[in-house]
Structure formats: structure tokens, C-alpha cells
Design a protein. Structure first.
Ligand code: 5GP
Length: 260
């Protein structure tokens, strides 16, 4: 499949056209941003790890019937995905209170919620992705009632599945962000899971030590982001050895893939 022109560049990914108008290539960059772009850096190897981890999670979600945009991973940094019209909402799922909710509502950090909490943010960097209510989504036609009901059902299943998957490898799924898109296929319009699910979009804490294994290592200047993401990948069974993802070791990762 031929890679065409750049269609969109976001903070962590680039989307390229392909020779098939229904498919695009999603390229994972090493760029890291936080606090609405105020903090920026490049962390070598992050894109490679997120590509692999997101592929693993989305493939598993396909297995349990959650339709999503992933077609297949192409290489170290790229996936072929179905082209969708992204719903301009960030769906935030929380199992444990931390991050913005603790500041916004004065909740003690680490409070375990007695049921998953779903929050909606408008996907708009200029406005700082503001928190919105379901009523805003309907009032401004960002999604229909029926789309929202379908998305909510999917989100609960995704959360249940991911809690179990991570618990099995000694990781607590604290919270995460999901995005959904509209897919037109065979004359049908449906809403499917899109974007990525990775340590960039989830908070993941070690079950025993509460060590942060996610992007908070960057946000909070904790360092060792690559070892933490590598640890997540290893525990999920994606990588079988500790990898230092420098240019040299990218070759090593290729050979690991080939041996499988
Ligand atoms: P918070 O609202 O506490 O900052 O984030 C809640 C969860 O959603 C965290 O897992 C965080 O990583 C994720 N999240 C929220 N907004 C964004 C975003 O704009 N980009 C990314 N990568 N993750 C986000």
C-alpha cells in the first residue's frame, strides 16, 4: 500500500493518505506534550512502544467484539487504520481519582471510585479541552443520543476488559481517554473506537508499589519514561526483553519480531 500525502499532524501522531480512500496510515511520533502544549519534548522510542502497545490492546478489543479503526500494524511506527470522522469529544474514564479531577473537585488523590466515572471533554486545544456535560454534546450536535448510548456501552466493556487485562499483569488501570469516530462502510454509518490506547492515554500504576508506568512520568518530571513503557509492553507479553530503544536497538526489536 502506497503512503500518500500528510492529511493531519497532531501532537503525537501523523495521518497519511493511502491509495485506498477508506484507509489511512497512522504514524506514531516520539513527541511528548503536556499541559495543553506548554510542556514539550521528544522522547526517543516512545512512538515505537505506543504503536506496539496500542496495536495489542485494540487487537484484543476486536477479539471481544469492540469495533475499532485498526486494520494492521505496518512497521515499527505505523499502522493502517480505517478513515473515520472523529467525534470531537474526549471520553475520560476514571476508576481511581487522580489528575485533574482531584484538583477540580478537591478529591483526595488515589480515592477508589465505587463505580467507573465517565467524563466528557470537548476536543479543542485552543480552549484547553474543557469539561462538558452530555447536554452540551446533544445541544451542539457533537454526537447524537443514539451514538452516545452506543459509545457508553462500548466504554463500559472496554473498561471492564482493560481492568482485567492489566490486573492480570500486576497493573492498576487508574483512568484513560478514548476517542470514537464515524465510519461509513457498505452504506452503513457506525461509531467505532479510534485513536490509540497506550501509556500516553492511560494512567497505569504498578499494583503493588503504585509506581507510575505512564505519561505522568513526563508530566511530573519523574524520568525513566521509556523503561516504564517498556515494562508495560513486557508485562503484556509484547516485548520479551528489556530494550533500550535507541537507533541501534530498533534493529534488535525488528529481529525479536522476526523470530516470533
Ligand atoms: P486528566 O483529566 O486527569 O488530566 O486525565 C485523565 C486521563 O485521560 C489520563 O489517563 C490522561 O492520560 C488522559 N487524557 C486526558 N486528556 C488527554 C489528552 O489530551 N491527551 C492524552 N494523551 N491523554 C489525555
Amino acid at each position: 500500500m502506497k503512503k500518500g500525502k500528510k492529511l493531519y499532524e497532531g501532537k503525537a501522531k501523523i495521518i497519511y493518505a493511502t491509495s485506498d480512500k477508506n484507509l489511512v496510515i497512522q504514524y506514531f511520533k516520539d513527541d511528548a506534550t503536556a499541559f495543553n502544549n506548554l510542556k514539550k519534548s521528544t522522547i526517543e522510542g516512545k512512538g515505537v512502544l505506543n504503536n506496539r502497545i496500542s496495536e495489542h490492546i485494540l487487537s484484543n478489543l476486536t477479539q471481544i467484539g469492540i469495533k475499532n479503526h485498526l486494520v494492521k500494524r505496518l512497521n515499527m511506527r505505523e499502522q493502517i487504520i480505517k478513515l473515520v470522522e472523529i467525534i470531537p469529544i474526549e471520553f475520560i474514564v476514571r476508576n481511581v481519582a487522580t489528575g485533574s479531577i482531584t484538583k477540580r473537585l478537591g478529591i483526595e488523590d488515589g480515592t477508589v471510585l465505587n463505580q467507573p466515572l465517565l467524563e466528557y471533554c470537548l476536543k479543542d486545544d485552543n480552549l484547553g479541552d474543557p469539561l462538558i456535560a452530555e447536554e452540551h454534546i446533544l445541544a451542539f450536535d457533537w454526537a447524537t443520543k443514539s451514538e452516545l448510548e452506543k459509545v457508553k456501552k462500548m466504554i463500559l466493556r472496554i473498561n471492564d476488559f482493560m481492568i482485567g487485562m492489566f490486573r492480570g499483569v500486576g497493573i492498576k488501570l487508574i483512568d484513560f481517554k478514548l476517542e470514537f469516530g464515524r465510519l461509513k462502510e457498505n452504506g452503513k454509518n457506525e461509531v467505532i473506537l479510534a485513536d490509540e490506547i497506550s501509556p500516553d492515554t492511560c494512567r497505569l500504576w504498578d499494583s503493588i508499589t503504585d509506581k507510575k508506568l505512564d505519561k505522568d512520568r513526563f508530566r511530573k518530571n519523574l524520568g525513566d519514561l521509556i523503561p516504564a513503557y517498556t515494562e508495560v509492553a513486557k508485562r503484556l507479553g509484547i516485548l520479551h526483553e528489556q530494550l533500550n530503544l535507541s537507533a541501534v536497538n530498533v534493529t534488535k526489536l525488528r529481529s525479536v519480531k522476526k523470530r516470533k
